[in-house]
Design a protein around this ligand. Sequence first.
Ligand SMILES: [Zn+2]
Length: 489
Amino acid sequence: MRINALINELLAYALEKGILEEADYAYATNLLIDFFGEKGFTKEEIKARDLDAILDDLTAYALENGILGEDDIVSRDNFKAKTIDLLMDRPKEVIRKFHAFYKESPRKATDYLYKLSKDVNYIQTKRIAQNIKWKHGAEYGTIDLTINLSKPEKDPRLIALQKGQKSGYPKCHLCLENEGYRGHIGYDGRSNLRIIPLNLNSEPWFFQYSPYSYFEEHSIVLNKEHVPMVINRGTFIKLADFLDYFPEYFVGSNAELPIVGGSILNHEHYQSGRYRFPIEDAEAEFFRKAGDVEVYALRWPLSTVRIKSRNRESLIDYAAHILDAWREYENKDLLIVNSKEEPHNTITPISRKEEEFYVFDLILRNNHTTEDRPDGVFHPRQAFHHIKKENIGLIEAMGLGILPGRLKTEFDLIGRFLSGDEEAGRDERLKKHWHWVERIKDRYNPETDAAGFVLEEAGKVFSEVLKDAGVFKMDEEGQQAFREFLKSL
Ligand SMILES: [Zn+2]
């Protein structure tokens, strides 16, 4: 009776983690046995292993017995999420508990939802632990890098199966309708997702954790409606409202324009979490006081104005004032091309609380393109695309580089080549890196660790990538123009 033991083990796990309470035990048991095609159940005393091990075995059982028909990573993940959801509180009860904890403190509420999201494997901590993380000391500060291995790679058979599977529901992965969505082969389900309603600037919004967890307590704040990203005065109000809910979290928005925005422009959302990003430690040069708002220029590759104030309203007004001024700004000598007819300027805003101060970091962005730089003048140049070609969005702009998973194998090959393995150097996958490998290979000291050397060199490339995204360069001409812009405010 292997399935009986596995069901017992899953129930024991859920009780131990507080996902399930005794009052729901018989009910949850009956949902589970039905789900696995059983007619009866015998209680057994079992010490639970970790959830991955239990769900792997339950999924294997389901595949063997025809309960799960498709054996691919998406179908298996969706099946696992459905299984654990049978033991979870419904959204209404999760919201009730969240509010009860919130009355004690915002921290208790976020701790509750974050722990729950991990305990039910909505945040897959085991997969995320495979990510490769390191730091790079640049001349303006230390930046963080991650090779993201938490999104499993899809094999060609799965990609073929997924073709034509789009149903248009939910409209996107950020839509409210994802909560509890079972998913299908063409869509990652969210059976075990739970989200919390918020009110930002008198609009209905929601708060949830990110399944990819790029940093501690990585969360997403989303508009109830599937409406496009926008940056305006209302954005600053919504960010400040969020800080009033969760003063221990930072919150920031991607810009709304292509090239300088994030990967999802069609659903208004923010990212938040409990993480100290490199930009926070950037040297801040005091520039002036404007009423009760302090204005600083950051020494940071992406041109950033930091404003802080104890007075929330003054800060929102001043942020809106900077946004208006930047929307009008143009400097053709520095290739910052912009006009009313063809607007290219926008801001990536990040906000947090420091004791009684509200702090906004306003990153100035421009997305125009030229024949020479068709991907964007302030976008990673083509010579760096072998490492990073995606947009420099909010997270990257704050100094945390998220690099594609393929780099794990490719860096490994480069390391082997540097250590004398000529065969590794002939691998097709190194073609795109070759111009870079040629340049760095002479700097490599064969006495030292090749893998560490490659990461260090990749850190240098990412630092250059950040500089590419900066509108006012870190040289004298750029900094002079940056100061003139600040003076004009
Ligand atoms: Zn949406």
